[in-house]
Write a protein that binds this ligand. Structure first.
Ligand SMILES: *Cc1c(COP(=O)(O)O)cnc(C)c1O
Length: 394
């Protein structure tokens, strides 16, 4: 075991303004993350109360403006959650005639189920692509064999915060005249060559679920795009298919972002780049100092900015034993995800026998270590020391 307490391995502390656990390490201390903004939240929520506007007011407009500037797209449409961001984009393309029922959408088998549900719910056909073992994401190579003459959309998920290899994916989409819809729910602020997740395709869906890198105090999501026609249609579909009160031009749904959530997200947007940088620092430390023959740490992309480490996911054949060992020492872990999407009950009958070997193997080997921008150096070092002290087993 390496000496993780060596002086040169210490990380600069971000802040000591909040109490730190001396022993246990929570998987994600959401209370601590949000406590940093308490005074600003109270002021922002007070502003909403004073405005007396709880939906579709100035907080939504200002958040959309701030977020689209930060991402670098012309438009941002605030919505109620991330699933709606994906499914309303697909429904908007259907409603605009750019897609038709039965068209196929390619989705990774290794993701949160929302990526697939967005397709199932829209009357479109799912096709699962396997992921690349070194990035955990789909790539042009894994997507190419899934193409048929009915394929119309590719939906890369920037899983665990890592950008999919979008340049080759975009080239493939251009070659085959396909739409590229990013599922950016785990990758707020990831950038490649200066371009952010959310600005790499035709449209993107974001989630602001509380535990995401940019998390609300409840549900929220948005679509980003440069396409004004698409943005207008998504906005309309998310508000009962209506632009003017009681005039309903399309079959819409209710998917509006609360003013309170918009106000809270504007506050947190100011700290997201610094928070992501702290996540990168922790990930670098984990990868540098975890040294165990039965543990495989994740690969890091060439360009550090293209990963925002929503999750730090390692692989171990005896994953359950490792999780138990960490838990015995008060270190919480989680599994993302214990069942690949094509093997979940609603999809198993249709897709369970498809050969998706990497996704199927990952579900048995992945383990997520504690990761958050407010972990202390001591906590990070403790996680490393306890992993390295695991007796192991292949
Ligand atoms: C969280 C998440 C979503 C869905 O977001 P909600 O806001 O919970 O609806 C979609 N895709 C991925 C990959 C996610 O992690």
């Amino acid at each position: 075991m390496r000496d993780v307490d060596a002086k040169d391995s210490r990380l600069p502390l971000p802040s000591s303004a909040y109490p730190m656990t001396t022993h246990g390490v929570p998987f994600l201390d959401l209370g601590g993350i949000n406590a940093r903004f308490r005074a600003e939240f109270v002021a922002a929520i007070g502003g909403v109360l004073e405005s007396n506007r709880y939906l579709l007011g100035s907080a939504n407009a200002q958040f959309a403006d701030d977020f689209s500037k930060w991402i670098g797209t012309r438009h941002c449409v605030p919505l109620a959650n991330g699933l709606d961001a994906l499914r309303l984009t697909l429904k908007a393309w259907l409603s605009l005639g750019r897609l038709k029922a039965g068209d196929e959408v390619i989705v990774p088998a290794n993701s949160f189920i929302a990526s697939a549900l967005a397709v199932s719910d829209s009357g479109l056909e799912l096709r699962f692509a396997d992921v690349d073992a070194s990035t955990f994401c789909i790539s042009a190579q894994t997507v190419e064999p899934c193409l048929t003459e009915r394929t119309r959309v590719v939906m890369p998920v920037h899983l665990y915060g890592r950008l999919s290899d979008t340049a080759p994916l975009r080239a493939l989409c251009e070659r085959h005249d396909l739409l590229l819809l990013e599922d950016a729910a785990q990758s707020h602020g990831a950038r490649v060559g200066g371009t952010a997740a959310g600005a790499l395709g035709d449209a993107a869906g974001f989630s602001f679920y509380p535990s995401k890198n940019l998390g609300a105090l409840g549900d929220a999501g948005c679509v980003t795009t440069n396409d004004e026609v698409l943005a207008d249609r998504v906005r309309m579909l998310g508000n009962y298919g209506s632009l003017r009160k009681y005039e309903h031009d399309h079959l819409g749904v209710n998917s509006r972002m609360d003013e309170i959530q918009a106000a809270v997200l504007r506050v947190k947007l100011g700290s997201i780049d610094a928070d992501n940088e702290r996540r990168r620092q922790i990930a670098r430390f984990y990868t540098e100092y975890i040294a165990h023959p039965d543990v495989t740490t994740p690969t890091h992309p060439e360009e550090a900015s293209s990963h925002v480490w929503h999750l730090y996911v390692l692989r171990a054949r005896k994953r359950t034993a490792l999780a138990q060992h960490l838990n015995d020492d008060g270190i919480e872990t989680m599994i993302h995800y214990p069942t690949a999407i094509h093997l979940q009950p609603p999809y198993r009958a249709s897709f369970g026998s498809m050969p998706l070997p990497v996704s199927t193997q990952l579900q048995d080997e992945v383990l997520s270590l504690p990761m958050s921008p407010i972990m202390s150096d001591a906590q990070v070092e403790r996680v490393v020391a306890v992993v390295n002290a695991w007796p192991g087993g292949r």
